[in-house]
Structures are given as structure tokens and as C-alpha cells.
Design a protein around this ligand. Structure first.
Ligand code: S3P
Length: 373
């Protein structure tokens, strides 16, 4: 299936100021984990606040293809009749991950440990994104995975095998790769350990722990014991902090604005852009902190303020990986220069985000320096 970009034109007029309160749709990354870990639970799972985006629908459809009973209730909640770890069935068709890297990489981990054959494919963009990073550790666990380009690109063909536990140090900071190994580790004999070079979103670890799976976590390492099952329960998905980022930047740069964003996920590996914006001079208050289904959640109050350019680099990059494009917009309104370094990973996202930021901003007359093409 080819999904065409929207063709309708949208006319945007200059806003006077932004004022009010909003609640955003559910977090995309957490929604994927809720569906995957919910489908592997034994018994009923109810998920409220789930993102209704295309990427999450791909994950839901994949589990339906593997025989899991999943339905949307009238109130929008998702009901899953979890089958446990060992009752998925061989999908009769290719699993189409569309544009969703999270669906493809996490499911590659999961499918490696099944007792059946499966094929994962995606759209033109996803089938050009690097998959060796997941295939390498999974092959060390005994997985049999074939792909185009010497095994680096989807479509991927997977023959499920009995997996063995490994200790693995990730060469790139990637929550998707970490999660793929953890999910395969649920099927492996022994204790699988994953170490990461810098802290990335830990939604998989938190969701498993919320369902009662015994995970050991220590600094940059996580360990999981294979073969343990868990029961179904209710999950509430918090508002998407990556979507909130657009409103936060808008309220910061548009004079006389004040907005409150309620019930937003505040996972510490996702809030890097808030720290960066604050260091640039933004007025961002965090109120009503609480925990919901194992994730930190809060309300965010933003008032307009003057920004100063700054350097963004190193460990800060993985914590703001999806917000660098909108931070670039904030940078255009800041006094002085903003420098972004160590962000090469942005080139292998759905698009080359560095190229996209620079070429789009140039059209608005913004100047930039550095390697772009
Ligand atoms: C995601 C991890 C990140 C992020 C992506 C969602 C996830 O990708 O950019 O939008 O849900 O685990 P990487 O793991 O490739 O850094």
C-alpha cells in the first residue's frame, strides 16, 4: 500500500497570541508498547488514551493477523484479549508496518522467538531504513532473519527459532533496537542483558514492569529473564510529549501567550527539549506531577519568552531526537546562533531530518551553516 502525502492546501494566518488549555492524543511510542505487551499478556487488557495514528494502527493490525482478538470500544478504548507469550499464530499475509519504524523493529525482535515464519515489510521510506542494527543482536541470539541489501533492508523474512540469551552493548543509542532485544529476550533461555551508550526512552521497560514482569535495571543496563508470563490489566496512555513540543514552541515564540497542556507524558528520556528550551530562556512550569501506568505524567504551563541561541550536543541529542526539527524553529526566533551537533541519527529517520529542516527553513529565508546534502 502506498500512502500519498496530503495534497490539500492549508492557509495559515499569523496568530495574535495563544491562550488556553489543551489535552493531546496519546503518546505514540507508549501506545505501541501498550498494544504489544498487552497482546502478549494472559487475559483481558483495556487501553485508554491510545493514539489513533496510522503507525499504531499498523501494530494493532499485525497482532490481529497473528490471531489476537483486538477491538475498539465505543468510548475509544482498545480491548485486547491477550493470548500469552506462546499462542500467537503464523500470519497468512505479509505484516505491513507502513511508515512505522517502531512497529518494524520491535516486531522483528518479537517474531524472532516465534514458532513460525513471517515477513515484515513497509513503505518505500521504511524499506530504505537500516535494519542491520536489530538483525545483528537478534542473530547472535540465534534468530534467522533475511533481508534485502545483505540483510540490511526490509522486506525481512523471519523464521522463528529457540533463542538464547545474550549480553549486548548497543553501538547506537536507539530505543527501538534496545526494545527489539528485550522483546526477543522474553523468549530466550536465560537472562538477556542490554547496555546502552546513552539513556534512551525506556517505555518498553516501564510497560513490562507495570504488567509485573521482573526486570532488573541498573544505570545503563536492563536484564530480562525469558519465559515468564504476565496477566492482563488496564493501561492509560498519557498525552504525547512530542506533539506537545509544537505547542510549547509556539506559545514560547508568540508574544503574550500562555497555555496549559494537561496530562502529558514526562519520561525523562523524552524531556530533553524542555531542558534545552529552558536553557534558551523559555518559561516552562511543570505542575501536578504524578505516575500513570508506570510513566511519569504532568501538566505543562508555557508562557511566551525571549530565547537565546545555544549549543545542543552529546547526551542531550537522544533525549530530544524527535524534537530537533521544532527546536530548529525555536532557534530561528532566538537571539544569536544555535548549534546542533552529534545528530547524525536524524539522517536515518522517516526522512533525512537534517536535510528537511535546512531546506524548508531556507525557503523562509533562514540561514544555516554546516554539512547538509
Ligand atoms: C522510538 C525511538 C526513536 C524515535 C522514534 C520512536 C521508539 O527511534 O526517534 O520516533 O518508540 O522506540 P530510534 O530508536 O531509532 O532512535
Amino acid at each position: 500500500m502506498v500512502i500519498e502525502p496530503p495534497t490539500e492546501k492549508i492557509k495559515v494566518s499569523k496568530a495574535g497570541s495563544l491562550r488556553g488549555e489543551i489535552t493531546l492524543p496519546g503518546d505514540k511510542s507508549i501506545s505501541h508498547r501498550a498494544v504489544i505487551i498487552g497482546a502478549l499478556a494472559k487475559g483481558k487488557v483495556r487501553i485508554s488514551g491510545l493514539s489513533s495514528g496510522e503507525d499504531n494502527q499498523r501494530t494493532i493490525t499485525a497482532f490481529k493477523q497473528m490471531g489476537v482478538d483486538i477491538a475498539r470500544e465505543r468510548d475509544g478504548d482498545l480491548r485486547i484479549q491477550g493470548k500469552g507469550l506462546f499462542a500467537l499464530k503464523e500470519p497468512a499475509q505479509v505484516i505491513d508496518a507502513g511508515n512505522s519504524g517502531t512497529t518494524m523493529r520491535l516486531l522483528t525482535g518479537l517474531l524472532s522467538g516465534q514458532k513460525f515464519f513471517s515477513i515484515l515489510s513497509g513503505d518505500t521510506s521504511l524499506n530504505q531504513r537500516p535494519m542491520k542494527r536489530v538483525i545483528e543482536p537478534l542473530s547472535m541470539m540465534g534468530a534467522q532473519i533475511w533481508g534485502r541489501g545483505g540483510g540490511n533492508f526490509a522486506p525481512l523474512a523471519i523464521t522463528g527459532r529457540n533463542l538464547k540469551a545474550i549480553r549486548y552493548e548497543l553501538p547506537v543509542a536507539s530505543a527501538q533496537v534496545k526494545s527489539a532485544v528485550i522483546l526477543a529476550g522474553l523468549y530466550a533461555e536465560g537472562i538477556t542483558e542490554v547496555k546502552e551508550p546513552s539513556f534512551t526512552r525506556d517505555h518498553t521497560e516501564r510497560m513490562l514492569a507495570y504488567f509485573g514482569v521482573d526486570l532488573e535495571r541498573e544505570r545503563n543496563a536492563v536484564r530480562v529473564q525469558g519465559g515468564r508470563e504476565w496477566e492482563g490489566k488496564e493501561v492509560i496512555v498519557p498525552g504525547d510529549i512530542s506533539s506537545a513540543a509544537f505547542f510549547i514552541v509556539a506559545a514560547t515564540i508568540i508574544p503574550h501567550s500562555e497555555i496549559t497542556i494537561r496530562g502529558t507524558g514526562m519520561n525523562p528520556a523524552r524531556t530533553g527539549f524542555l531542558e534545552i528550551l529552558r536553557q534558551m530562556g523559555a518559561s516552562i512550569e511543570i505542575a501536578n506531577k504524578r505516575e500513570v501506568s508506570g510513566e511519569p505524567v504532568a501538566d505543562i504551563v508555557v508562557r511566551s519568552s525571549r530565547l537565546q541561541g545555544r549549543e545542543i550536543r552529546g547526551e542531550m541529542i537522544p533525549k530530544a531526537i524527535d524534537e530537533i526539527p521544532i527546536l530548529a524553529i525555536a532557534a530561528t526566533c532566538a537571539e544569536g546562533e544555535t548549534v546542533i551537533r552529534d545528530a547524525g541519527e536524524l539522517r536515518v529517520k522517516e526522512t533525512d531530518r537534517i536535510k528537511a529542516i535546512v531546506s524548508e527553513l531556507r525557503r523562509f529565508g533562514v540561514s544555516s551553516r554546516g554539512p547538509v546534502a
